[in-house]
Design a protein around this ligand. Structure first.
Ligand code: PLP
Ligand code: COI
Length: 352
């Protein structure tokens, strides 16, 4: 299809009712959304319209077989009022990687990017400018075609909604290293941003919350000996002055924040190791005093420092450092995202 966009504007903006100084994460929605429909074997009807409920048949396959994937990205404003995206093509590519695994049709980059940019233009005023706030962008695709036959649907929708958002976590988080449950398995869908991956996390996460933790550190499904992700984030561990993160795999999402942090850290001459990291290595380092930091990395939370972790009934605290890597790296990446620093990598994309 050509990416001609039909635009239906909202009659009266809701923006006056929003307190941009007290933004929650992802629960206040901008005026418009983008939708595009896949039917009769092709993508059609690229529309920007007021944010509103979507009507689906109770037989839509999304409800029965969970063919649903999403992305998470952010738009920023710089001090000159430019709208900026961070590595958006990587999100589009990952959406298509997830789509392939869930047998959802590929979305052409041209439709995704032109639709997203047009949506950001229309809702430009919704991009927060306060430090630590941004416009969270949620593209998603799901099976809108009907039928109880357990097979891929014949129709799909792409939707992009946006939400002016503040911080994802209020402060440092306390995590529990998982010994029983897994979020992903070899040959499964852990590498994809499939909605079902998150549904499957809720139960073990709730058990951890009931014990007084905020998040679960996911371990490998086979042995639970290796740490893999932190909630819905990639994980970094600092032992002495070396930053370690697990390699991506079938089970681990190829995070855009993760790979950006690896690059920035290397360029700051921080020693980075991409390798498996065992729970016993982390515990031994905690006991020896060489475990300096742990943090999660992802679009929503950017970098989320971990205050301490629990494992087999024992709690381990991490030290309070004067100059944590987490702070340095968070500042470096957000400065690039918001055009406060040079972008030697070409990651920033101006929305014209
Ligand atoms: N891991 C999981 C399971 C996630 O859901 C996310 C969030 O997108 C990430 C890691 C971080 O990925 P990114 O940095 O691309 O947002
Ligand atoms: C993100 O970091 O953007 C994510 O998608 C995590 C999300 C589940 C809030």
């Amino acid at each position: 299809m050509s990416s001609t966009i039909q635009i239906k504007r909202i009659e009266k903006s809701k923006i006056e009712s929003v307190d941009f100084n007290n933004l929650p994460f992802g629960s206040v929605f901008s005026d418009h959304m983008l939708t595009c429909t896949f039917k009769d074997g092709k993508w059609q009807d690229l529309v920007i319209e007021p944010f509103a409920p979507i009507s689906l048949s109770p037989a839509a396959k999304i409800f029965h077989y969970g063919q649903s994937i999403f992305e998470g990205m952010k738009a920023y404003k710089d001090t000159d009022g430019n709208t900026l995206l961070f590595r958006p093509l990587d999100n589009c590519k990952r959406l298509n990687k997830s789509a392939e695994r869930l047998v959802i049709p590929q979305i052409p980059e041209e439709i995704f990017m032109s639709g997203l940019k047009a949506l950001l233009k229309i809702d430009e005023a919704w991009i927060p400018t306060n430090e630590g706030s941004s416009l969270y962008i949620r593209p998603f695709m799901f099976a809108s075609g009907n039928g109880f036959h357990a097979s891929p649907a014949d129709a799909y929708k792409l939707c992009i909604c946006t939400a002016p958002s503040g911080a994802y976590f209020a402060g440092k988080v306390k995590v529990l290293i998982e010994e029983k449950y897994a979020r992903a398995a070899n040959g499964g869908v852990g590498f994809a941003k499939a909605g079902g991956n998150y549904a499957a996390q809720f139960y073990p996460t709730q058990l951890a919350i009931d014990k007084g933790y905020n998040q679960v550190i996911w371990t490998d499904d086979n042995t639970h000996e290796y740490i893999e992700e932190a909630g819905a984030m990639n994980i970094f561990v600092r032992i002495n002055d070396t930053l370690i993160t697990s390699p991506t795999s079938d089970r681990i999402l190829d995070g855009i924040t993760r790979k950006s942090i690896i690059q920035i850290a290397k360029d700051k001459n921080i020693d980075v190791e991409v390798r498996k990291i065992s729970v016993s290595e982390v515990i031994a380092a905690a006991q020896a005093g060489s475990l300096k930091e742990m943090f999660g990395a992802g679009t929503a939370a950017v970098i989320s420092p971990i205050a301490g972790f629990g494992f087999k009934g024992v709690d381990y605290d991490l030290p309070e450092l004067e100059k944590p890597f987490a702070t340095t790296l968070k500042k470096a990446i957000t400065d690039i995202q918001t055009n406060k620093a040079e972008d030697p990598y070409g990651w920033r994309v101006l929305v014209k």
